[in-house]
Design a protein around this ligand. Structure first.
Ligand SMILES: O=C(O)CCC(=O)C(=O)O
Ligand SMILES: [Fe+2]
Length: 282
């Protein structure tokens, strides 16, 4: 029997009693409902997946797309990104872009794309003896708790986003893929399935907020950065081998802790999932 247990107060649920390789439509519908109800973070522990089974389960959530970082793609399955693989360079130095991937800022995945990723899903292949958690926080709570004057200032405004943002952090991209034309998204977005408003913001990818010039835009970005996360809006996931975790980039922020012993392995298969077939760069 499928069991759903809440994790954080505002975000996260764990599903027990399922094997995602053998899930009928009613079972998947229950998981999907729990996912929407849990602000978009679902943990399914103790799975034993081959790569095609992970892809097959991921495709039930939407359309699986290759990530723009070509150098971290699985050599035979471009839709799979390998997290944490090849983190030592040939000269023995730790590649910080790989080790600290996803750890610089709280973020949502794919804001740089005309159609940001609906979801991201990870499957844990190797987990270090300590550290290496992933933190999640609700974008619904972030929006709900903005002062009403700020909500008014943001209503209808769009942000411009690129892959590397203002820092131009593009180390995981091939040289020919590093130039990005900004794309525009509303900063306050109603979730297309739940209808709830969420703060769609990413300090590492936003370059400007529409209607504000230079310093004013930067000041507003700093204010939103300070207001996007609340201690009680979070769930911190401590990984176990075999965990499948999916998050909804339309209502959940995340961040890697990147604090594990670098000489140990922390490896995941990762997929980016969209709502639609897209024509974005891949
Ligand atoms: O490795 C992690 O914990 C998450 C990294 C990340 O930000 C991502 O995969 O999008
Ligand atoms: Fe991420």
């Amino acid at each position: 029997m499928l069991e759903v247990r809440r994790l954080g107060t505002h975000i996260g649920a764990e599903i027990r009693g399922v094997d995602v390789r053998r899930l009928d439509d009613a079972g998947f519908a229950a998981i999907y409902r729990a996912w929407l109800d849990a602000s978009g973070v679902i943990v399914v522990p103790d799975q034993h997946l081959e790569i095609e089974q992970f892809l097959g389960y991921s495709r039930r959530f939407g359309v699986v797309h290759p990530h723009p970082s070509k150098m971290t793609r699985h050599p035979e399955h471009p839709e799979i990104t390998l997290l944490g693989a090849n983190k030592y360079r040939a000269d023995g130095a730790l590649d910080m872009a790989i080790y600290r991937r996803g750890a610089e800022d709280w973020h949502t995945d794919g804001a740089y794309d005309a159609e940001p990723f609906k979801a991201t899903q990870l499957y844990a292949l190797a987990i270090p003896s300590r550290g290496g958690d992933t933190l999640f926080a609700s974008m619904y709570t972030a929006y709900d708790r903005l002062p009403s004057s700020l909500k008014e200032r943001l209503e209808g405004r769009r942000g411009a986003f690129t892959y590397g943002g203002r820092r131009k952090a593009t180390a995981l991209l091939n040289a020919e893929d590093r130039e990005w034309t900004p794309v525009w998204h509303p900063i306050v977005r109603a979730h297309p399935e739940t209808g709830r408003k969420a703060l769609f913001f990413d300090p590492g990818k936003i370059v400007a907020i529409e209607g504000y010039e230079g310093e004013e835009s930067d000041a507003l970005i700093d204010e939103l950065t300070a207001r996007m996360i609340h201690p009680d809006s979070q769930y911190r996931h401590a990984w176990r081998k075999g965990d499948v975790v999916i998050w909804d980039n339309r209502c959940a922020y995340h961040k890697a802790a990147a604090d594990y012993p670098p000489e140990e392995d922390r490896i995941h298969w990762r997929v980016s999932i969209k709502e639609h077939e897209g024509s974005e760069r891949a």
